[in-house]
Write a protein that binds this ligand. Structure first.
Ligand SMILES: Cc1cc2nc3c(=O)[nH]c(=O)nc-3n(C[C@H](O)[C@H](O)[C@H](O)COP(=O)(O)OP(=O)(O)OC[C@H]3O[C@@H](n4cnc5c(N)ncnc54)[C@H](O)[C@@H]3O)c2cc1C
Length: 463
């Protein structure tokens, strides 16, 4: 490894030994909300004769179809809540974890809805002694709102299919995102048929009220936190680009300033969805992490050109207006449970790591940063990081994956190498951000170096 080490003898120790994630929500609270609703739905189904029909012709299919429909709708609403950006969830789990749950929850919901469509049709066909085709025709053209619900289901199916990895890779991010909006249309189109035909809702005003409350709750969260709150923040903060500074090849730092930024509850390590208000760019929001600890007057981001929009940002005009949605993410020093911390940054993944390194409340010798870059030219912030390390009494080690004239180091995160640099690694919280290959190599090396799972915090620059 190529080194640059900086650590002076003294700097003030300021931090509390333990800090919290900034939300009162626990994993148990979330599980309790889900379990209570699953129980209420099962109770509602039994109360309305769900089990009585089991001995009738096609009754088992109908029962499966009803339960799959009820739980499928609940699963879809849960996915909407997961990506509603509601702060209690964001701060507790971080957007990448919520996106991961949303992805698998979304597929589960789609399977449940597919089961609902197939099983209800088979059950009713058997009960009415009619063919499946005749039964489908009956549903679509003689039952209220079922045709709209089928169109809604097709929209949800399109969202699920385009989210399969192979399909998603072949789409531009914006195309995938736009198709994803169809899911909302799907939920709206399918709503009426549930109240009009659902055995649980036709004659029971309490069940109807409960179901409407679930949908209204999800709609309120998504409208409030994805639309109204960002719009309100845009008006409140009036952000503009005030400085553009090149950091190296294809990497630029953008400084944004606005009003009342001291009221923005941002922390080092978090990210914003930035929307640059230019004619051909305002409708696209891209996630960028804070590359400096927030100072209450400016927000600083550092952008590498990885695609068309990030390339265009390399020469964005000063004074361009910006809408910033956020702050998001739980990749902050508040996640640390230990006094000592290790930071690992790779490539442009150094941005949130730099802001944590700068702002973390720890004393000399309590923070070590391992920075992995392709070569010296690509390693942005070198002088900056050395100055912070010097000022704060932190350790800094920079290494290169392709140092000039030397062979490629295939695995820089072998446990022995890690422990040689940070012997007390297992007693530290470790924050890692970088490309997916670096994340998995680092996570595997850290586990082999006996760092407990709960002390490893990863941030993916991926959706
Ligand atoms: C939480 C997070 C923090 C990030 N922080 C930084 C940072 O500090 N500095 C930096 O240079 N890059 C950062 N990125 C990556 C950055 O968002 C992408 O490089 C950028 O969005 C690419 O946009 P593009 O139009 O130039 O490229 P495109 O060609 O449109 O996309 C290139 C790739 O970027 C990703 N991407 C594009 N748009 C989005 C989006 N809206 N949401 C999520 N991923 C997207 C996709 O993986 C896509 O394949 C971060 C990503 C995430 C998820």
């Amino acid at each position: 490894m190529t080194d640059l080490l900086a650590r002076p003898p003294s700097a003030p120790a300021t931090a509390p030994a333990r800090s919290r994630t900034g939300t009162g929500l626990s994993g148990l609270d979330l599980a309790a909300v889900v379990l209570v609703n699953l129980g209420v739905i099962a109770g509602m189904w039994v109360r309305h004769g769900g089990t009585d029909q089991l001995r009738t012709p096609g009754g088992t299919w109908t029962a499966v179809g009803q339960l799959a429909g009820l739980y499928g709708a609940f699963a879809i609403l849960s996915q909407i809540v997961l990506i509603s950006r509601v702060p209690w969830l964001e701060r507790r789990y971080g957007m990448d974890t919520l996106n991961h749950w949303h992805r698998w929850g979304g597929f589960t919901a789609t399977w449940l809805l597919l089961t609902h469509v197939v099983a209800i049709t088979l059950g009713y066909a058997a009960g009415n002694r009619s063919s499946v085709v005749h039964q489908l025709d009956q549903f679509l053209f003689h039952y209220p709102d079922v045709l709209a619900a089928m169109v809604g289901f097709a929209a949800i199916l399109a969202v699920a299919i385009t989210s399969i990895r192979a399909a998603r890779r072949s789409l531009r991010y914006e195309t995938w995102w736009f198709i994803h909006l169809y899911a909302y249309l799907g939920v709206i189109l399918a709503f009426a048929h549930q109240l009009a035909n659902g055995a649980d809702f036709i004659d029971d005003p309490w069940a109807r009220a409960y179901w409407v409350a679930l949908f209204a709750g999800a709609a309120t969260l998504v409208l409030g936190w994805r639309w109204i709150e960002p719009a309100w923040r845009a008006v409140r903060h009036q952000l503009r680009v005030v400085a553009v500074r090149s950091e190296g090849p294809d990497v630029v730092t953008l400084v944004l300033a606005g009003r009342r930024l001291d009221r923005l509850p941002a922390q080092g390590g978090q990210f914003f969805l930035l929307r640059f208000m230019q004619r051909d760019r305002w409708y696209k929001a891209h996630p960028f992490s804070l590359s400096a600890a927030p100072d209450g007057r400016t927000l600083r981001f550092t952008v590498k050109a990885l695609g068309d929009d990030s390339a265009a940002l390399q020469s964005i005009a000063v004074a361009t207006r910006v809408m910033a949605e956020g702050p998001y993410g739980a990749f902050t020093a508040a996640k640390a449970t230990r006094r000592k911390v290790a930071l690992i940054g790779g490539g442009i993944g150094i941005t949130p790591i730099r802001s944590i390194f700068e702002g973390i409340e720890r004393g000399p010798g309590e923070v070590s940063l391992l920075y992995r870059a392709r070569d010296r030219e690509q390693a942005v912030f070198q002088e900056d990081l050395a100055a912070i390390a010097q000022r704060r009494g932190f350790d800094l080690k920079i290494s290169y994956s392709r140092p000039f004239g030397r062979p490629l180091d295939a695995d820089p995160f072998r446990p022995d190498d890690l422990l040689a640099v940070i012997p007390d690694l297992a007693e530290r919280d470790v924050f890692v951000c970088g490309p997916p290959s670096l994340l998995s190599a680092a996570a595997s090396g850290l586990r082999k170096a006996h760092v407990p799972h709960a002390q490893i915090h990863l941030e993916r620059f991926d959706y």
